[in-house]
Design a protein around this ligand. Structure first.
Ligand code: PMT
Length: 211
């Protein structure tokens, strides 16, 4: 299969010095990319700024902003069999980019505008045969929120994790997830390495592809 995976945070610039970002390290997305490579799939990894070594044997596309990620995912997903959106994409970006550093004496409010919902835009452009996998980063009502996102964005399945915990999720080598699929099935994976969770996700995609 040819699989596109997104990973890491995005960076939304305010001025040449400052930006908005989040706590994603890229570990979950990179683990999925490695797992797919191990299973001999062709991998395109669209990555936000992280300090990880990219896996060998994959095409890596480095981006900074949500808008850049949107464009790369749209153009590189053509011909892919599956897209897995693991990246923590900013939902908001500054309405104005200041070309000169904002002086601290300036009492300024930064207005934010919505970014494009990349996953939400994929089903239409990707077609109905492509396997679309989302992640849901939640702090409460995991089940309801994750299923809502899966249905709204037209995913085959969604992987939810509790990002209010310090021992899993953002930055950690481990995660604990529940996978909800479009047929109503759910699979909980107890706290384990991101590599092991990545293997389970790739296996589920292979099963769907084989059906
Ligand atoms: O990188 P790590 O440190 O290993 O941490 C892993 C992780 C916590 C980042 C990962 O497991 C995870 O939860 N990724 C999803 C983060 C996220 O943005 O979740 P969300 O619930 O806000 O978004 C839902 C889905 O829509 C995600 O697949 C996201 O990639 C996508 N999205 C979000 C916003 C946006 N503008 N466009 C999108 O496509």
């Amino acid at each position: 299969m040819k699989i596109l995976i997104t990973a890491g945070p995005t960076r939304e610039s305010i001025d040449p010095v400052r930006y908005l970002t989040n706590r994603s390290s890229g570990k979950m997305g990179y683990a999925i990319a490695q797992s797919a490579i191990n299973q001999n799939h062709e991998v395109i990894l669209v990555s936000g700024p992280v300090s990880l070594e990219p896996p060998n044997d994959c095409k890596i596309i480095n981006i900074e902003s949500a808008d850049q990620m949107y464009k790369e995912v749209q153009s590189n997903s053509k011909g892919c069999d599956a897209v897995i959106m693991v990246a923590a994409v900013a939902d908001y970006t500054p309405a104005v980019y200041y070309k000169e550093k904002i002086k601290k004496a300036d009492d300024r409010e930064i207005r934010l505008v919505r970014t494009k919902d990349i996953l939400g835009s994929m089903r239409e452009s990707f077609g109905y045969n492509g396997i679309l996998v989302g992640f849901a980063a939640e702090t409460n009502e995991l089940r309801e929120n994750a299923i809502g996102k899966m249905q709204q964005k037209g995913c085959n399945f969604i992987v939810s994790n509790d990002v209010s915990r310090n021992d899993i999720g953002f930055g950690s080598d481990q995660n604990e997830v529940t996978i909800f699929d479009e047929n109503g099935a759910q699979q909980h994976i107890d706290k384990s390495s991101k590599n092991l969770i990545a293997d389970a996700i790739i296996e589920k995609i292979e099963t769907i592809y084989g059906e």
